[in-house]
Design a protein around this ligand. Structure first.
Ligand code: PMP
Length: 437
């Protein structure tokens, strides 16, 4: 056992970080790494940003922290208005928090309080997808469909009803539309079996993140879930912790599908690695009901502080000023083409899917049967280690939903340039050539 007091992970000792700039990170031995996953899909503007630093310092020189029930603060108000405008779809109320899990937790509690306020306290259950990841706190963990994380805590979480989403890689239906219709029919059956009057809401990521390797759900499915929620009188909660703030080439992934949820949460990219901040946007009438019946019984100490919100404002300003949504779409196309070329070369790359600068690559033992590698081989960890040796950081996972297998995410900062995408692909190719041996 190492003598470090930190216990974040098992396995070999980690290199110690020295410094970073743009999409590159250096360790104290002088080795460089291209940050092909933006940390944990959070450092969306790259490293060493003077503009964010300047905005943060300017705010710190005025005031870093005030408590949200004691003072209004201008950055929080301005960021609230900005976010409402950017989503531009009937979600007019904003609540700040400090992380993705806190954001999901807030959405669960707001939705529950809404039904209590409306005299429907029997509504107590959520539905969510398996596989999925919604956070590590007990409420968010209850929504998470990822067996290894859930297992020790099942008796302690308020577990949601788990249903399957579409799988456009492995389905056996006649075509994609037929597949979606079948999945929606199964979901309807699960909602009916659960007693419709007991449902609070459906929680989903409009584009899958780490737990599914960027699996797409598609417009037909998402609109179908919107319709089911309306029919059953429950709320649709979009978890855009990972996909929000530009990652997929639009401000929010919902916007690809004209999907308007009742509550939307985002986090990671809003602070872009410079300060932890999350946010919940909700329809006005939901918040008005809750506020009229005693207020929202929820809060976190650091929520909505001036420094957090000044950071978020600077992040949004940078995305707008530097046209980063456009860059995300263009560099995303370049990255997709490169990943597809690699998939043509290597039989064990089963599926490449994603949007903007969020791409998932699924590894299979047998591309004809789409059969995953045996779990104990830990192929996702092998390829990640090889990529790191080649100077590329990618984000690994094994999807333990009983069907899919190993995958990794490639999701560099939204600021990445064409030559840097080339470097990323070259390093990935070298890792793959070694993986093949
Ligand atoms: N939801 C999604 C979709 C996420 O990807 C994550 C983080 N990976 C979370 C929630 C939890 O966010 P945090 O780690 O900031 O608590």
């Amino acid at each position: 056992m190492s003598d470090s007091p930190l216990f974040y992970q098992i396995g070999p000792a980690l290199p110690e970080v020295s410094h970073a700039d743009g999409v590159m990170i250096w360790d104290t031995q002088g080795k460089d790494y291209l940050d092909g996953c933006s940390g944990a899909i959070s450092c969306n503007l790259g490293h060493g940003r003077q503009d964010i630093r300047d905005a943060m310092l300017a705010q710190m020189d005025k005031v870093a922290f005030t408590y949200r029930t004691q003072f209004e603060n201008a950055p929080a108000l301005a960021l609230g208005h900005q976010l409402v405008e950017l989503f531009d779809a009937e979600l007019g109320k904003v609540f700040f928090i400090s992380s993705g899990s806190e954001a999901v937790e807030s959405a669960l509690k707001l939705a529950r309080q809404y039904f209590v306020a409306r005299g429907q306290p029997q509504r107590q259950r959520f539905i969510s997808l398996r596989p999925s990841y919604h956070g590590s706190t007990m409420g968010a963990l209850g929504m998470t469909g990822y067996q290894p994380l859930e297992a020790p805590f099942t008796s302690m979480t308020h577990a949601s009803i788990k249903v399957s989403g579409p799988d456009f890689y492995r389905h056996q239906d006649s075509d994609d539309d037929a597949h979606v219709d079948r999945v929606l029919a199964e979901t309807r059956a699960a909602m009916e079996a659960a007693e419709p009057e007991s449902l609070i809401g459906f929680v989903l990521e409009p584009i899958g993140g780490a737990s599914t390797g960027a699996r797409l759900l598609g417009k037909r499915y998402l609109q179908g879930i919107r319709t089911l929620c309306d029919e059953f009188g429950c709320l649709l909660i979009a978890d855009e912790v990972l996909t929000g703030v530009g990652r997929t080439g639009t401000w929010f992934a919902c916007q690809h599908y004209q999907l308007v949820p009742d509550i939307l949460v985002t986090a990671k990219g809003l602070g872009a690695g410079y300060y932890p901040i999350g946010v919940m946007l909700a329809r006005n009438h939901i918040v008005e009901s809750v506020m009229a019946s005693g207020g929202f019984q929820h809060g976190h100490t650091y929520a909505g502080n001036p420094l957090a919100c000044a950071t978020g404002l600077a992040v949004i300003k940078a995305i707008q000023r530097d046209n980063l949504l456009e860059n995300t779409r263009q560099r995303g196309e370049q990255l997709e083409a490169g990943l597809r070329a690699l998939a043509d070369r290597y039989d064990w790359i089963g599926h490449v899917r994603g949007a903007g600068l969020l791409w998932g690559v699924e590894l299979v033992a047998d591309s004809a049967s789409r059969c995953p590698f045996p779990a104990e081989q830990n192929r996702f960890a092998q390829i990640t280690a090889l990529a790191k040796q080649e100077g590329l950081l990618i984000y690994p996972r094994r999807t333990l939903d009983g069907i899919a297998g190993d995958h990794f995410l490639v999701c560099p900062p939204l600021t990445i340039q064409a030559n840097e995408i080339e470097t990323l692909l070259e390093r990935l190719e070298r890792a793959m050539a070694r993986f093949e041996q």
